[in-house]
Write a new protein. Structure first.
Lengths: 413, 260
């Protein structure tokens, strides 16, 4: 089992009251409330903490990006990935992920990722995401073509990584005269690609068709099982049987020496008023055309206050009861995680460990206990359940490199 | 006198286009707003007492099928030129409402001698004066946006009532089509102003004096760019002028379109 440390890198040093007074803490909440001195402090502290996570034994560091909001101060995931490529030695650098539709130049993205792969000496995992609705609005990218751009950018990056240049690309959303970057990935055929997601069935099916692992982002146990069913079915249709190496799961966990302190800090997972990306107008998260047309009716009802949020708005206590958030001493956390692992059988596990306003001292104690005690115990337990990660399972990087599918052409470029 | 409207479907550019037609007289093509159109409006009925009125649902809006390839109001303009050819009508007048005004201006710019008259009401399509911009529906809710296009909220309520879920869904689809055709730059063309100088049709630019969606400076820019255009405002009226002040706008339209 692959176990990674994750934090949203919260910009916790802002005036929360100002956000509440404004009525939103995303997209249009003014960056006049962003203090760059505090930003400098936090970026550097988070960087030190990633290095600690490696020192204490994490297998990977999971990174992401968001825009225009205090809940995540990492605006360019490749920035931290580049730094970590140089300053860490062993951990996988797991980008979950680069928002493909946001790029106007997927070749440049392929180039950057190849550089990160080489600088890290082959430790890059290059996840891709569609990016939330707010990311499209913050970057001026058309939400109506989000999925088309995601798929086309993926295909272009994949081709850039695997086919010798120069070649020309004449797509719907991207056209390139000369694709021939002088930077190609060290890992062959190309760095592993994992796809994180929350609820979009179309993405689960596409991911299974590529044979990429799907990383469920803190979905309920029930929803996670449904994701597995959808994935398994799509995998069977293209000729392979999905295993734990095809699934990952991200869960919020906070560990301290006492249960009381762990619970107190874990309440910070609700720091954005319980809203994942902060208080926002629903149309920012789902601008027209971004969402699946099958969800259109339910969304317009929810967004105008005629129906409840389909994701619900459970309290902290409810989320702890439902194992959506785990907090406690190492022994308590290990017990809950074992239950979760039995139920969801992931080969890849992301631990989202620190959020909101947790003191530097407590964040670091959490990392120490988590990476030093909890992760080894869960890896050992996972091994007894046969929960292999993609490396242990020697899984193909993409469907086209499968050796277990009759008639599958093995691309040996 | 009640107007008889006939709804038909025309196959154009690979899609099924919904077209309503009513009245008799010289043909007037009416192009609706970005938020689509309800099927019948007093303004449409008033026009149909004097003219042969053709009102399509824009491709992808309302009951018209979406062309997946469509990328700009100029594409829609070409579809309507095709529609008019199929209907075998000529010397048509154009009445463009808001976003439909942009399409009408595109049509006129591409066929300067083809049209009898051009009437633009709160038309999008031209960048307003420096420091002003066209209100962006991308970051406001489904009901807030149309409401902002009325001077008096009672006029909004008179047409949309409590707003049905079907209407909300139609607005979401309309919004998606706006994104597909006018995302960036939002709601204007950088080339259109340079192409309007050849238009031979007499033009009338009409603006609600309280249009909170398209600044009146955009209307003034149209009036400058179109040779021989005149401009007038409708008092106590928002962007959706033909819905808020149907009598006043219909009178302006009938006077202008009937003038020889």
């Amino acid at each position: 089992m692959h176990m990674m440390y994750f934090t949203e890198q919260p910009m916790s040093a802002y005036d929360a009251k100002a956000g509440l007074d404004f009525g939103a803490t995303a997209l249009t909440f003014s960056n006049s409330y962003f203090d760059p001195n505090e930003g400098s402090r936090l970026y550097n502290e988070y960087l030190e903490e990633y290095i600690m996570a490696e020192d204490y034994g994490a297998d990977g560091i999971m990174l992401n990006e968001h825009h225009n909001a205090p809940f995540c101060m990492q605006a360019r995931t490749n920035m931290f990935a580049s730094i970590l490529a140089a300053v860490t030695k062993r951990v996988k650098i797991v980008i979950l992920g680069n928002p493909l539709p946001l790029t106007e130049n997927p070749v440049q993205l392929a180039e950057e990722l190849a550089m990160i792969d080489m600088i890290s000496k082959g430790r890059l995992v290059s996840g891709f995401v569609r990016g939330g609705g707010q990311e499209q609005l913050a970057n001026g990218v058309n939400p109506a073509f989000n999925r088309e751009r995601f798929m086309e950018a993926h295909d272009l990056v994949q081709k850039t990584w695997t086919q010798p240049g120069p070649f020309r690309w004449e797509g719907t959303h991207y056209q390139q005269r000369v694709v021939n970057p002088w930077a190609i990935p060290m890992q062959k055929p190309y760095p592993r690609v994992w796809i994180p997601g929350v609820l979009s069935k179309e993405t689960v099916v596409w991911t299974a068709q590529q044979r990429y692992p799907y990383i469920a982002l803190n979905t309920s146990i029930e929803a996670t099982k449904q994701i597995h069913e959808t994935y398994d079915k799509a995998a069977a249709e293209v000729g392979y049987t999905a295993g734990p190496e095809n699934f990952g799961y991200l869960i919020r966990v906070h560990v301290q020496d006492t249960e009381e302190k762990a619970l107190e800090n874990a309440r910070q997972f609700m720091w954005m008023q319980g809203e994942f990306t902060g208080l926002a107008n629903p149309v920012w998260a789902n601008p027209a055309g971004y969402f699946s047309p099958s969800g259109r009716r339910a969304f317009v009802e929810f967004s105008t206050g005629r129906a409840k949020n389909p994701r619900g708005n459970p309290t902290f206590e409810q989320q702890v009861a439902d194992t959506m958030i785990i907090a406690g001493t190492p022994d308590q956390v290990i017990e809950r995680l074992k239950y979760l692992v039995r139920e969801t059988r992931p080969g890849i596990m992301g631990i989202w460990a620190n959020d909101g306003n947790v003191s530097k001292e407590d964040r670091r104690r959490c990392i120490q206990l988590l990476c030093g005690e909890v992760m080894p115990a869960i890896k050992e337990y996972g091994a007894t359940l046969g929960l292999n990660d993609p490396w242990e399972a020697n899984a193909p990087v993409h469907l086209r490199y499968s050796t277990d599918i009759a008639g599958q052409k093995v691309a040996a470029e | 006198m009640s107007v008889v409207w006939t709804d038909t479907v025309k196959e154009i550019a690979g899609i099924k286009l919904h077209v309503s037609r009513g009245g008799s007289g010289p043909t007037v093509l009416v192009l609706h707003h970005d938020i689509g159109t309800v099927d019948r409006l007093p303004f449409y009925d008033a026009l149909a007492t004097k003219f042969d009125v053709v009102i399509p649902h824009h491709p992808g809006w309302g009951k018209s099928e979406r062309p997946q390839w469509m990328r700009s109001p100029r594409d829609i303009a070409a579809i309507y030129a095709w529609l008019l050819a199929d209907l075998d009508v000529s010397n048509v007048s154009l009445v463009g409402l808001g976003f439909g005004g942009w399409i009408a201006a595109e049509m006129a710019s591409q066929a300067p001698r083809a049209f009898a008259k051009l009437m633009l009401v709160g038309a999008m399509g031209i960048k307003p004066a420096e420091g002003e911009y066209i209100a962006d529906q991308a970051i406001v809710s489904y009901i807030a946006y149309p409401k902002s296009g009325f001077h008096d909220e009672a006029a909004f309520t008179a047409i949309y009532g409590d707003v049905t879920t079907d209407q909300l869904e139609a607005w979401d689809i309309a919004r998606e089509m706006v994104f597909r055709t006018a995302w960036k730059p939002y709601m204007y063309s950088q080339t259109l102003p340079h192409l309007l100088g050849g238009v031979r049709a007499p033009a009338l630019v009409v603006w609600g004096d309280d249009d909170k969606i398209v600044p009146i400076s955009a209307g003034q820019a149209y009036a400058r760019a179109l040779p021989g255009a005149s401009m007038t405002t409708v008092p106590e009226c928002g962007h959706f002028a033909e819905m808020e002040k149907p009598d006043a706008v219909a009178k302006l339209a009938i006077d202008f379109l009937s003038r020889t």
